[in-house]
Design a protein around this ligand. Sequence first.
Ligand SMILES: NC(=O)c1ccc[n+]([C@@H]2O[C@H](COP(=O)([O-])OP(=O)(O)OC[C@H]3O[C@@H](n4cnc5c(N)ncnc54)[C@H](O)[C@@H]3O)[C@@H](O)[C@H]2O)c1
Length: 269
Amino acid sequence: MAGQEKPQGIAIVTGAARGIGAACAKALVEDGWTDLLICDLNGDLLEETAQKLHNSGARIRSLAGDVTAPDFMDRMIEACEGKPVAAAVHAAGVAPKMVDTARMLEINWESALAFTQAIKPRMADGGAAVLIASNTSYFPIDEDLREAFEQPLAAGESAAYVDRVGDSFKGYLLAKRGVRALAKSECVAFGERGARIVSVSPGLIDTEMTKERDTEVIQKMINESATKRVGDTSELAAAIAFLLSPKASFVTGCDLLVDGGETAGMGYQ
Ligand SMILES: NC(=O)c1ccc[n+]([C@@H]2O[C@H](COP(=O)([O-])OP(=O)(O)OC[C@H]3O[C@@H](n4cnc5c(N)ncnc54)[C@H](O)[C@@H]3O)[C@@H](O)[C@H]2O)c1
């Protein structure tokens, strides 16, 4: 059994300027991680988040950029200054109303692949990665499309799925299916390095992204859930901090639903 000491190395969080990513960075610092690289497209907001974390005494580096840019993952690894990746959270993402289907698949699906490939050879023994999926990935969807999104994706390939997918909401569900499948299919390769990879599927969490969602759909999800409320980012971040900690040393290749019982309440599997 692995010990309870954190592995040596850096903790990376993407989408860290606000919302779930920012809450994860805060939770990691509170959990004793002392060396963080936080990344986001929104450079100004990222600096504000970094400033708040600096007070903790942890070393905080920040990297502004688009996770889908061809050179982003190289820049991210370079910013790790040769340190192994001890913890990683990929939280950068967009809601369906924010972008068209092509961009949805690129940001929410393909960047998870690029992130996973970039960190895999650099994972510390005992390290762990969390990819953020969504409980909408449990919503019913055409069987053939679901199966297509559960196949391994190659870089640059998501564009080929745009016409089959249709609208960006469906694209969101499928992209998040793809993220869950990615954590599952990569766990053996991560295991060869003594590392773990899991996905986390949040339900409604109180962030700016949730404001982009259809209020009727939100109310239905809340009404049918076990908890009858949206979740706080700190509740999700606490689960993620646990998954990244040595306490979760036997948890890999799976998805954790953190959704206040929305999926169960709606009768989805
Ligand atoms: N909020 C929810 O209810 C909810 C539910 C399920 C899943 N999720 C997922 O959680 C993740 C985080 O969502 P959130 O609610 O914190 O959203 P948010 O909009 O508050 O934060 C997302 C962050 O990602 C960054 N980002 C977006 N596109 C980027 C890009 N191309 N490159 C780099 N950074 C980029 C944004 O600038 C932002 O800071 C997303 O993957 C989202 O799909 C959220």
